[in-house]
Design a protein around this ligand. Structure first.
Ligand SMILES: CC(C)(COP(=O)(O)OP(=O)(O)OC[C@H]1O[C@@H](n2cnc3c(N)ncnc32)[C@H](O)[C@@H]1OP(=O)(O)O)[C@@H](O)C(=O)NCCC(=O)NCCS
Length: 198
């Protein structure tokens, strides 16, 4: 596995913030993006000492030569932490960097019972389309890292945008301690609340 280090963005004046926002804007579908103002308000709340804002972590990932190769955003919470974004620069993909970033997040969330992840549903995408193939590969990627797909739960992802419809997604949970399938489902329901529709 590649080696990466995570560098958190904790202040509005961090010079990496514009690149972080640009990468989110170009790297994810519009309906999976928080509005840009979300990040600015989050960092302002963090500066004001809000503990909920401090639990949300924005970070760029760097290789051994300190080159910027990806980003991630995760939330440390109980009982589950949540991985909101994981992105690797297109030119750097398929070299183990995504796995290394993921495992670096896992290492930082060990106070939780596990890590919850939202993923696109291949069954809601056109069969044989590139989007469907990517969605299947993404699930395989997270399964190889230790996450379990919860196929019976329908999750409504809403990014707080009035201009985008909510998207129905799958949830996956990476348990950090032995949990039965029923425990995993219950933990996901408890964490995501009314956004779990079934
Ligand atoms: C998913 C992603 C983070 C993987 O990063 P990576 O550095 O290429 O990952 P690794 O080299 O550790 O592992 C390669 C695996 O990543 C997955 N992957 C690679 N490119 C992918 C893509 N464009 N879409 C979906 N999954 C991809 C595949 O499972 C691949 O294994 P496979 O070729 O055997 O199918 C990266 O492709 C990416 O940033 N995609 C766009 C953003 C995204 O989909 N993020 C995840 C949802 S938050």
């Amino acid at each position: 596995m590649s080696s990466v280090s995570l560098r958190e963005i904790t202040e509005l004046t961090d010079p990496r913030l514009p690149d972080f926002l640009d990468a989110i804007a170009t790297g994810f579908p519009a309906d999976e993006q928080m509005p840009p103002g979300y990040y600015l308000r989050l960092l302002a709340r963090r500066a004001a000492g809000d503990p909920a804002a401090a639990a949300m972590h924005l970070a760029t990932a760097h290789d051994d030569a300190a080159r910027w190769v990806g980003l991630t955003m995760w939330e440390e919470s109980e009982p589950l932490s949540c991985l909101w974004y994981l992105w690797v620069a297109p030119s750097e993909r398929n070299r183990g960097i995504g796995a290394a970033i993921y495992q670096a997040v896992v290492a930082r969330c060990q106070a939780s019972r596990g890590l919850i992840i939202e993923v696109e549903r291949p069954d809601f995408l056109a069969p044989n389309s590139p989007a469907c193939a990517f969605a299947k590969r993404r699930i395989g990627f997270y399964q190889r890292q230790g996450a379990v797909l919860l196929p019976d739960l329908v999750y409504r992802q809403s990014c707080g945008r009035d201009d985008q419809p909510a998207r129905l997604m799958y949830l996956m949970v990476h348990p950090f301690q032995p949990l039965t399938p029923a425990d995993l489902e219950q933990a996901a329901r408890d964490h995501m609340g009314e956004d779990v529709l079934s």
